[in-house]
Design a protein around this ligand. Structure first.
Ligand code: FIX
Ligand code: ZN
Length: 416
């Protein structure tokens, strides 16, 4: 049994171990190749990621509409010029593009966008998925499957026969946050629903959830919520959660993932980049966990200021799994802070990160950068233990890393 005792030793062993531990990425916006154009990849997609669109539109004088009207290639060129050439790309999303290009073997010192485009043009999506998942050392990813998205539904109906690396999550924003639009769509699909949520309609929504959980083999149901999310609540959303989502989650044994704290459309002209953040109410989560002990909840909150209270709530409820540093929190300084706090309050019983990748190659940078933060926190915790005389072995370090990056999620689901 080899013990890691020296601080430098520990840092080195932990960094190496965390880097080589395969990850289950439990929330992404990626798709299996069978979904065709829904799977985004390549340098132009990376450069036009909505995180970078927001950053570009801060520094450019171009009217917002004029930017969105440009072909993607030209949008990418603008981002490249303004955020990489005219200024050093020090922001996390810019840095991420460079990490991804570099790890794919491209020379970022050349600053040659056309050469990068040529590389991607030569890839076949199926092979490229293999390369990227291998480079990022991912075991598998979970997609975000929104049935109210017209382009996704037909792929499932045609019988997507699965791809072990891509799991499904049934996304319910369209149902819960916009019942006015969901109701006519569901009628068209053959569900006997009406705008007022009577017993028959609630039964039909429940049937819809059961059918789709089964068809997709969904690992969980998920929705994002605004900062003022409340439950119980006398609203279509409140009634649907109470009468359909929670019973479906309980009976099918799938958790409900709640992503809370996004203020949608703060500046609508920014389109996909329009959203902001607000402080949410952690009591809502605690009450759900207490009132529905037979349900499991996965929660991430967007406001930094919610994180401590959320950790304390997770200490009280074993049916609550905290996950990820979501969106504006997915920056090294905040990942480190949150991971440290979570570890101090919850030990190893949380999922430190998800990538939220929308473009395939982003998993390379998001995981490399996040692994570095997780390893830093983990090694400082081991160093504190060693200072008491406790010893940690390399295999224990590997076991702990596997729990954080992979097993905790599957154990929470009750699946292997
Ligand atoms: O609601 C979500 O799943 C968010 O993560 C996204 O909608 C958001 O646009 C995003 O990509 C954040 O990272
Ligand atoms: Zn997301």
């Amino acid at each position: 049994m080899s013990h890691a005792t020296d601080t430098v030793d520990i840092r080195e062993i932990v960094a190496r171990t965390v880097a080589k531990t395969p990850v289950t990425d439990l929330h992404t916006h990626l798709y299996a190749p069978a979904f065709g154009p829904l799977l985004l990849w390549g340098v132009d997609e990376m450069l036009t990621y909505h995180y970078l669109a927001a950053e570009l539109l801060r520094v450019s004088n171009m009217p917002y509409d004029a930017y969105w009207a440009l072909p993607r290639k030209q949008q990418a060129e603008l981002v490249w010029r303004e955020l990489f050439i005219e200024r050093s790309p020090v922001g996390e999303a810019c840095r991420g593009v460079l990490t991804a290009l570099d790890r794919l073997g491209l020379d970022v010192s050349e600053r040659d966008l056309d050469a990068y485009r040529t590389y991607f043009a030569d890839q076949r999506p199926e092979d490229h998925v293999d390369t990227v998942l291998k480079t990022a050392n991912l075991k598998c990813v979970v997609m975000t499957n929104d049935l109210f998205d017209a382009s996704e539904r037909p792929v499932w109906l045609k019988g997507f026969d699965g791809d072990k690396r891509f799991h499904a999550a049934l996304r319910l924003d369209g149902l819960l946050n916009d019942w006015g639009r969901a109701c006519p769509a569901m009628r068209e699909w053959g569900y006997d629903v009406e705008p007022n949520l009577g017993l028959k309609t609630l039964g039909e929504v429940r049937r819809f959830l059961d059918e789709w959980i089964l068809r997709m083999d969904a690992l969980y149901m998920a929705a994002s919520f605004p900062p003022d999310f409340a439950f119980p609540e006398d609203s279509p959303r409140g009634r649907l959660i109470e009468s359909c989502v929670l019973p479906a989650g309980r009976d099918n044994g799938v958790p409900f993932a709640m992503m809370i704290g996004v203020k949608r459309n703060v500046n609508p002209a920014l389109k996909l980049a329009a959203d902001g953040v607000g402080l949410s109410n952690v009591d809502v989560v605690a009450r759900l966990c207490a009132d529905y002990p037979d349900n499991r909840f996965m929660v991430t909150m967007l406001a930094r200021e919610n994180q401590h209270e959320l950790c304390v709530a997770a200490r009280k409820f074993r049916n609550l799994l905290l996950f990820g540093c979501w969106w504006f929190l997915n920056n090294p300084s905040l990942i480190e802070e949150m991971t440290r706090m979570r570890m101090e309050l919850l030990g190893l019983s949380f999922v430190p990160q998800h990538s939220d990748a929308r473009v395939l190659e982003q998993v390379i940078y998001k995981w490399e950068h996040s692994r570095a933060s997780v390893a830093k926190v983990l090694s400082s915790k081991y160093a504190d233990l060693v200072a008491t005389g406790w010893q940690v072995t390399e295999s224990e370090i590997a076991r702990d890393a596997t729990r954080l990056l992979d097993r905790n999620f599957w154990d929470f689901l009750g699946r292997s």
